[in-house]
Design a protein around this ligand. Structure first.
Ligand SMILES: [Ca+2]
Length: 280
């Protein structure tokens, strides 16, 4: 990802909402209980990175107002913030990926991640899916947000389970094939994270925005088909769609070392090299 691309991503992101500097924004509204006043309050909390207060304020909206498309995007941003998504920081991490794989980079981007943060990412992702589960029916901003949420979800999961000492390297004993090391639900969420990242980046209306990551994972989805087409999870956007074969596929992708994964369990090559890079 080159610098101009990152700048474009940043500009897109800040087009999401206002960057208010008012310290007492409710005074701008005659009726402080109005939806407009509440939204302004929510956005102020988001700007302050106080996502718990943003969520509490959001939940004072009527059910009807909470359900509007714009406000569901706002809700997804709140959950993403609770999960630890820092758009600028993550953009820098992905820009500086160097010779690391994407999953190693994402794992190292969220040291000390907690299960609470993972849950917030899952909520953020499901909120965008609730707007529309098909990226081609979503806006560019919604899809860009989805891609960043998916990256954050995968990073927090890997940090929580595969890098417990927070040194940015995969823990020596971590075996992605073992459901004791990477629980089934989290493995499924790794699969849906990749699928939703693909769907998001693939539908943001510009061939070169996120193009490096998009083309790399598309190539990997093609490679999975050559290894075992039943492994292919790349269209499974919710965990109930991730069957046992696809779970084996994502566990293998997390294991492999060459294209995307952590290089765990003694694997130093791609999934086309067989054991130990393909989970049994
Ligand atoms: Ca470690």
């Amino acid at each position: 990802m080159n610098l101009s691309l990152v700048i474009r991503l940043i500009l897109l992101f800040f087009a999401f909402g206002s960057l208010s500097c008012s310290s007492n924004i409710l005074e701008d509204f005659a009726d402080t209980d109005s939806a407009e006043a509440i939204i302004a309050d929510v956005e102020e909390h988001i700007n302050d990175q106080d996502y718990d207060s943003a969520l509490a304020s959001f939940q004072t909206l009527s059910a009807t107002d909470q359900a509007t498309r714009d406000n569901q995007v706002l809700l997804a941003k709140i959950y993403a913030g609770q999960c630890g998504l820092d758009f600028l920081g993550l953009s820098e991490d992905i820009t500086g990926i160097g010779s690391n794989t994407l999953l190693v980079t994402l794992m190292g981007a969220f040291p000390g991640a907690t299960s609470t943060e993972v849950t917030a990412c899952i909520n953020a992702e499901s909120t965008i899916l609730g707007i529309d589960n098909d990226g081609s029916n979503r806006t560019t901003q919604e899809n860009l947000l989805m891609a960043y949420i998916a990256w954050t979800k995968m990073g927090t999961i890997l940090s929580l389970y595969a890098d417990t000492d927070d040194d940015g390297s995969t823990d020596g004993g971590f075996d992605p094939c073992d459901s004791g090391d990477l629980p089934q639900t989290e493995a499924q969420h790794m699969a849906t994270g990749l699928a939703n990242m693909l769907d998001g980046l693939g539908n943001i209306g510009s061939s070169d925005v996120g193009g490096d990551q998009l083309s790399g994972i598309n190539a990997l989805c093609t490679l999975i088909d050559t290894v075992n087409t039943n492994f292919n999870f790349c269209n499974s956007k919710v965990i109930t769609d991730v069957n046992a074969n696809q779970e084996q596929g994502i566990r293998s992708i997390v294991t492999e070392a060459r294209d995307l994964g952590l290089g765990a369990n003694g694997c130093v090559d791609g999934i086309d090299s067989g054991l130990p890079c393909v989970c049994p």
